[in-house]
Design a binder for this molecule. Sequence first.
Ligand code: DAH
Length: 352
Amino acid sequence: MLKEEIEKIYNEALEKINDIKEEQALKDLKATILGKKGELTEILKGLKDATPEERPKIGALVNEVRDSLEAKFSEVQNAINQKILEEKLSKDTIDVTLPSNKPIRGSKHPLNRVIEEIEDLFVSMGYDVVSGPELETDEFCFKRLNLPEGHPARDMQDSFYITEENLLRTQTSAVQARVMMANEEKTPIRVIVPGKTYRREDDATHSHQFNQVEGLVVDENISFADLKGTLEVFMKKMLGQNTELRFRPSYFPFTEPSYEVDVSCFKCGGKGCNLCKQTGWIELLGSGMVHPNVLKMNGYDPEKYSGFAFGVGLDRLAMFKYDITDIRLLYRNDVRFLKQFDRKDEEYEIKY
Ligand code: DAH
């Protein structure tokens, strides 16, 4: 009796298994036959009614059937797994002809754009590009530039002193003295010095760290006309060919005479707008003829040599050129800001 029932369960199970395509249906069927309350387990409960001779035989048969069904179940399970895998693979196939995601590229920082442009221009006019230390001595930053200790003009710059003698340079002018001193043959000098400078200030138009480019020319017969012509070429290249320059007498300890140079407002063309505060002019750089004391202190005979120098804030220049209203944007490295400069120079508004 029991034996027939077991065989019936077995045969029915085999028939059902063969029709199964889904994982869940397979699990359900397995539970109804081999589970704790499954058909085969129930049979074992009827074992107590069987004769003692029959019991081991039935027990053995149940085990045999269970093993066989378990093997069958895992066989079908494997087939289902294989099918799932194949479906997944066929969906995930890579189409190598599709365009790929664009790789994220960096872009040239606006300050570096401006520096490179200036370097290209001056190198094309025969200048060398030089650099000096950012941690400077009081000697080069001030004394050798005709600014002795206690000189009131030192107050023009809020310095970061590290020790009594060392400070973070407040101006790239410090490199003027270095270049003159280092030139032992005292041959003519034509250099520009782009670099970082530091002062104790921090707001929308000032940063405690900023950038300047210094220019220095020393030779025989250098005159104000050379300074004027050079700055004109420089500013027209940076801000557009229609740019005009205005030299306002000013004071810097290392130049005599000294000038502050304004450029005609490139936004309104000089008519007056909010950028130039209705004046038509924008103050941009300091310059002048190298002071005889500076030449002498750094080994050049002022009777024989003369020179001109200028210093420009690069941050301001970049801000004007690219219409940036907060200097701090230049130092935050926010990619949303930086990626706006992922363009060719020709695509910017100012045309040369
Ligand atoms: N060093 C000055 C500053 O930071 C700028 C400057 C003015 C530089 C006149 C010069 C110069 O070379 O001749 O304010």
